[in-house]
Design a protein around this ligand. Sequence first.
Ligand code: SAH
Length: 260
Amino acid sequence: MNEQRFQQIRMVMVNTTHPGNIGAAARAMKNMCLSELYIVDPKDYPAEKAVWRAAGAVDVLENAKVVSTLDEAIADCGLVVGTSARERRIPWPLVTPRECGERCWAEAGTHPVAIVFGREDRGLTNEELHKCNFHVHIPANPEYSSLNIGAALQVICYEIRMAYFAAKEGKELHFNDWDQPPANSASLENYYEHLQETLEQLKFIDPDHPRQTVTRLRRLFGRIRMDKMELSILRGMLTSIQNHIFHTDKKIKALENKPD
Ligand code: SAH
């Protein structure tokens, strides 16, 4: 069985306040054979408390990558799942922790996968959640649904381990029957920027009031799980549209400046 696949699955902690929680996360990961930890702009790290809470998983902490933005942490990932302690305003494709484990395990066979965890006090921002293909919610007590981040991370890592065992028994989801790799997070971000710029030039959206159009388009394209080739076709289409706008504008200007 492909045990290296565990290394294709990373846990990403965004703006964690308490270093003890980072240590707890490292321990939870190592218990489930996971090792790739990304720490995005932590409040207080490195710290003794993190080492202390990591116990025998100090190696996971030592190998952890500290980065300054979420984009950096997920740039090369073909699948990004955001964790959330509560329902959000715009519903997003949702998976259960079990489905999350199965999907992450299956997709890690072909590309890097990230699971993103939020701040202790306010979770992930909407903007961060909108960078994810799926959201996962641990169905806890509806009146007290917010788990400690280390505990939440443990549940998610446990489900990945369960998916590994299921795959060993041949009960695996398959994700390697496609001719192209999925578009990764960085190329999707470039695409969304390009799309927004083009829609603004078309005056389809007002840059000062984009409302939720762009968010809804992100959700639409995120659901499709575009591959690299499809994304490059769409980028090409946007460039053609922009060229067309440019030449039309030039013609109009030339006509306007023509002396009568
Ligand atoms: N008050 C915050 C709670 C943040 S808990 C909020 O309402 O969003 C800190 C982090 O732990 C969350 O961002 C998430 O990554 C994880 N977490 C806590 N409870 C969870 C749950 N029930 N399901 C999924 N993730 C959870």
